[in-house]
Design a binder for this molecule. Structure first.
Ligand code: AMP
Length: 360
């Protein structure tokens, strides 16, 4: 029997950043409590019922934390697998650690997704300098060399314009195990926010068009120009991944759209086993946000409607952008979300603003 956790239950969240914070706020709306486990105080801890501050390597502490909660989820994909396993020895972990294992390693991720018959950029493994030339032959002269692990927001990756640049690039990545990806001539980038319940029901949000600045997500706009046909195909691809992972919760699937005439119009770039920055617009333009639906799913509740009632552009506030908070707060038709971070360092996500228009 799959029993929904009743209001008053406690959800443990591994990670205490802005995603954990917005998850905890949504949980509170449903009468659910959150206990945050984080190595940095502040952030999500400021809005949760309880918090434990400790390193993710301290599996005894993680187990003790898991003892105090009814279910555990996570808000960043680099939760050490040992930490997830320690939590799982005490309480259910949703989504399951398999999603973490796949998403933490670009080679595993691409291998897993392409084995499902879902298109990804051409890729080749690079574990030593000897692999560089064969990798370039396999994927082409122009590409991107990316570390297998711990890359995000464009970090740990280098554009390659010819095979001659590869040795220096590999050195810049300190010889870390990497993948070489062929350069994808995409028209634009979209993402699928898919949510899967404990009983296997799947719902999607409308697909946002995503733009980046300096490797960091800048805007997500809905509706995107993607045709209904391709949006449907993108959703099928995302659902295929969610099912194959026996996933519970919100999964972000970043995709390249190459145009209607490309042999593969859509390719998966990467997956995020968590709520996703490109879904922050759902907080104000949907009946139930990605955060609430993630909490519903992990608590075994029925999913909420993903219906969108407005057109919207979400813009991230990076670093000093947040200094304009007074002007942003005074804008009509805009919802401002600030993450309560003390210092507006360059490249740091400080908040976002959702600008709404009547639904077209
Ligand atoms: P990632 O960290 O893999 O999400 O990459 C960050 C950004 O780099 C993506 O959102 C794309 O804009 C760009 N990018 C990554 N991989 C490729 C690729 N194989 N071809 C073209 N652009 C890419």
């Amino acid at each position: 029997m799959m029993t929904a956790l009743p209001p008053g239950s406690t959800i443990g969240i591994l990670g205490g950043g802005q995603l954990g914070r917005m998850l905890a706020l949504s949980a509170a709306q449903l009468g659910l409590k959150c206990h945050i486990y984080t190595d940095v105080p502040g952030g999500a801890c400021d809005v949760a019922a309880s918090a434990t501050v400790g390193p993710f390597e301290d599996t005894d502490k993680i187990r003790a934390f898991a003892e105090t909660v009814d279910v555990v989820t996570y808000e960043f994909e680099n939760v050490p697998l040992e930490a997830a396993a320690a939590a799982e020895s005490v309480a259910p972990v949703r989504p399951g650690p398999k999603a973490l294992a796949v998403a933490q390693d670009r080679l595993e991720e691409k291998t897993f997704i392409s084995a499902l018959g879902i298109a990804v950029a051409p890729f080749a493994s690079v574990s030593s300098a000897a692999d560089l030339a064969p990798a370039a032959r396999a994927v082409g002269e122009t590409g991107i060399l990316k570390t297998r692990r711990l890359g995000y927001d464009g970090k740990g990756q280098i554009r390659i314009k010819s095979a001659a640049e590869l040795p220096a690039a590999f050195e810049m990545l300190k010889g870390a195990p990497s993948v070489l990806e062929g350069f994808v001539p995409f028209a634009y980038e979209v993402s699928v926010l898919v949510v899967r319940s404990l009983s296997g029901e799947i719902r999607f949000y409308d697909l946002p068009l995503n733009t980046h600045k300096d490797g960091i997500l800048d805007t997500s706009t809905v509706p995107s120009p993607l045709s209904a046909l391709h949006a449907g195909r993108a959703c099928e691809m995302a659902a295929g991944i969610a099912k194959a992972l026996d996933y519970v919760g919100v999964l972000g699937v970043e995709m390249f759209y190459l145009g209607p005439d490309a042999p593969e119009p859509l390719m998966v770039n990467e997956i995020a086993p968590r709520v996703h920055n490109s879904g922050h617009w759902t907080m104000d333009a949907c009946l139930v946000s990605q955060f609430e639906n993630h909490m519903r799913a992990v608590a075994g509740w029925p999913l909420g409607p993903t219906t969108r009632h407005a057109d919207v552009t979400m813009t991230n506030l990076i670093g000093a952008d947040v200094n304009h908070w007074q002007a942003l707060a005074a804008e009509p038709d805009a919802a401002l979300h600030l993450y309560g971070k003390p210092e507006a360092r360059p490249g740091r996500k400080m908040g976002h603003v959702n600008r709404l228009k009547p639904r077209s």
